[in-house]
Design a protein around this ligand. Structure first.
Ligand SMILES: C[S@@+](CC[C@H](N)C(=O)[O-])C[C@H]1O[C@@H](n2cnc3c(N)ncnc32)[C@H](O)[C@@H]1O
Length: 265
């Protein structure tokens, strides 16, 4: 199969094995246009991975970006909001707090999100390539930037140092960027090397086969501790503080994902 026929299948198939597809920005555009998929499936998640978890995810985002609920009239950017429940909750929060919210995703994803006068601004395109347009759409330095469950896809299409440079360049003094829900293959290995991890694997697969931890093997295309340390140092070198934070244990993939918080002093 070539890339075009893969995309055609993502755009129209009645059922897609989301665990088996390699997604990038164009793949998500195709999923977004597929009328047979639920909103969670359009953003690459089987329903069971996300359904019902969004309030806890939003609470964690607000804990790490407290200005979202403590201040009013902020400039907020959401990179890769998708089209499921989470961005709708973020739109509601921004309307309640009178924040201006710039939503950055493909035109196909953005078309499925509400337009709220005086609140939402939709900026189509692939970030960080469209960073200049995002800056113009924001029209002010950004107080809170959310990029949740997206960095591993940006890694497929772009240079992650460009992503950090563009993100830092958008932030206001005192502004924060939460790059959340990053699959970290090193953390995944550490977890599955434990008996807790092996028991989790047995429960998830229903099989007694042990999970083989691939220590020391290359992980092309995957984010690991080294990539994350590099991104933190890049942000620090550009004058920001940077922290790697855990997710609350109740979130669906907390045992193998990390959150990166960038704070401009
Ligand atoms: C897994 S979904 C996450 C959606 C949402 N943030 C959430 O957690 O519910 C990834 C989203 O990022 C978008 N995306 C992927 N790469 C992107 C890029 N380089 N720039 C902007 N959006 C991107 C996809 O179109 C998709 O909507």
């Amino acid at each position: 199969m070539n890339a075009q026929s893969d995309r055609d299948e993502l755009r129209s198939a009645a059922k897609i094995d989301l665990a088996a597809v390699e997604l990038d920005y164009e793949g998500f555009r195709a999923l977004a246009a597929n009328p047979n998929l639920s909103p969670h499936e359009k953003i690459g998640f089987p329903d069971t991975y996300r359904e019902g978890f969004e309030p806890a995810i939003l609470a964690d985002i607000c804990a790490k970006l407290p200005a979202l609920t403590e201040a009013e009239g902020l400039t907020v950017v959401d990179i890769g909001p998708g089209c499921a429940a989470l961005p709708r909750m973020i739109v509601d929060l921004c309307r309640d707090r009178r924040h201006r919210l710039v939503l950055v995703d493909s035109p196909e994803m953005l078309a499925q999100l509400p337009d709220v006068d005086g609140v939402t601004v939709k900026q189509p395109g692939l970030f960080p390539r469209n960073a200049a347009e995002v800056r113009a759409a924001a029209a002010a330095p950004v107080d809170a930037l959310i990029c949740y469950s997206v960095l591993h896809y940006i890694y497929v299409d772009s240079n992650l140092f460009d992503f950090v440079d563009a993100t830092v360049g958008l932030l206001a003094a005192g502004g924060r960027a939460l790059v959340g829900d990053i699959p970290n293959v090193s953390k995944r290995r550490r977890f599955f090397a434990t008996e807790t991890g092996q028991a989790f694997h047995r429960r998830f697969t229903g099989s007694s086969e042990p999970y083989r931890v691939d220590w020391g093997e290359p992980s092309p295309g995957k984010i690991d501790d080294g990539v994350l340390s590099g991104l933190m140092q890049r942000a620090q070198g550009a004058g920001c503080d940077a922290y790697l934070l855990p997710q609350p244990p109740g979130l669906p993939m907390a045992n193998r994902r990390d959150d990166l918080l960038i704070v401009k002093p």
